[in-house]
Design a protein around this ligand. Structure first.
Ligand code: TXA
Ligand code: MG
Length: 356
């Protein structure tokens, strides 16, 4: 795998042209976006799309997001663009918002996992945007992690997962946002949120009016309920340790920190390695265990930014158990809690009524 360093504010077209040529020839190139690193291939090339699935070890029924560099590149890929779709594009493209449309014949089944809809996003990251423009084709790109691992927010994460499996990595440094794009299905009469992200529910409603939420966003999907984003059914972002979330009930006697400290002490006594995920505001409340802060509660974007890197750090430290604080489910907190809950396999302890 060839690694090329690119400066975001001083993009060298010569370097990017080499990456663009690889894409045109059916190769795989990992590149930064404002959300997480993506693993790119020509979205209109069946064989290239297939290569993505095998590099990630990803089930082939899990469709890919198609990335474009200009709004006009959307038209050939879709059958129609609803009013809600138009409004959301106008408000939030380029940016961390993926929209689902009925697909045109141009988009192969290999890219959409056999669905008759296609997910499209126009990234704001200047490296991603210029790469797509130079390639001259839409780029299919899932997050550039091995299937089941946290999404990569640093070039080093991509190296850990993809070295030897892809042709090139564009190293643009740490990403900005740190959680994957918001996904909204605008193929039906009312927009449906399929995956929360940095374009929040509040932001979607401000522009599109009514927005529904797919069941898979809130909790585990069981039995015969099919999530609309096939990817939501897999246990994503899973750290190797058992992750347990501790939700604080303000009326309970013990605080979240009290419960986490007590459980940590128990597990340490049994000889396990224990990690604790907290925030700057609460860091000093944890005397034992491997304690990591995600950032500032008062600035949730710092929490989103560090979340996946911290999960990977605990993998490297070979933690057996990780206890994490929770966050309010509003604004960016909805995306943060969605990723944390999935990583925990929805294992949550509520202070005051502890039954594991
Ligand atoms: O921020 C992002 O979206 C990153 C960067 C690289 O752009 N990409 C990303 O891709 O997160 P991936 O493949 O890790 O997640 C794509 C999600 C999956 O859950 C998939 O099931 C869903 O999008 N998806 C793709 N096409 C779909 C479709 N036609 N209908 C419903 N869900 C779809
Ligand atoms: Mg992914």
């Amino acid at each position: 795998m060839k690694v090329i360093k690119i400066e975001k504010d001083q993009i060298d077209d010569k370097l990017l042209s080499e990456a663009a040529r690889l894409i045109q020839e059916g190769g795989l190139v990992a590149f930064p976006t404002e959300t997480v690193y993506g693993l790119g291939a020509n979205a209109l090339d069946r064989q290239a799309a297939k290569k993505i699935y095998s590099a990630k070890g990803r089930p082939s029924d899990n469709p890919l997001i198609v990335h474009i560099s200009r709004p006009k590149e959307l038209e050939p890929l879709v059958k129609e663009i609803s009013q809600a779709g138009k409004k959301l594009i106008e408000a939030y493209w380029p940016g961390p918002l993926t929209l689902i449309f009925p697909k045109s014949h141009l988009v192969p089944d290999e890219t959409t996992g056999g669905l008759d809809t296609v997910a499209v996003r126009m990234p704001a990251d200047p490296i991603a945007n210029r790469l797509i423009e130079l390639a001259g084709v839409p780029i299919a790109a899932p997050s550039a992690n091995t299937s089941g691992r946290p999404s990569p927010t640093l070039a080093e994460h991509v190296m850990q997962d993809m070295d030897g499996r892809i042709d090139m990595l564009l190293d643009g440094g740490p990403v900005g946002i740190g959680v994957e794009s918001t996904i909204v299905d605008v193929s039906g009469p009312t927009p449906v949120l399929l995956r929360p992200g940095a374009v929040t529910m509040e932001m979607l409603k401000a522009v599109a009016g009514a927005v529904e939420t797919d069941q898979a966003v809130a909790g585990p999907v069981s039995g015969d309920i099919k999530p609309k984003a096939p990817g939501m059914k897999y246990r994503h972002y899973a750290p190797k340790a058992q992750l347990i979330l501790v939700e604080e009930d303000p009326k309970a006697k013990e605080s979240a920190a009290d419960v986490i400290n007590r459980l940590t002490r128990e597990k340490l006594k049994q000889g396990y390695k224990v990690g604790i995920i907290c925030t700057e505001e609460t860091f000093s409340a944890y005397p034992e265990g491997m304690v990591k802060s995600l950032g500032l509660r008062s600035r949730e974007e710092t929490i989103a930014h560090n979340l996946f890197a911290v999960l990977r750090e605990f993998d490297d430290l070979q933690a057996d158990y990780i206890y994490s604080e929770c966050f309010p489910q509003t604004h960016l907190g909805q995306a943060i809690m969605n990723r944390l809950s999935k990583a925990a396999g929805y294992h949550v302890i509520h202070t005051g009524k502890e039954e594991e």
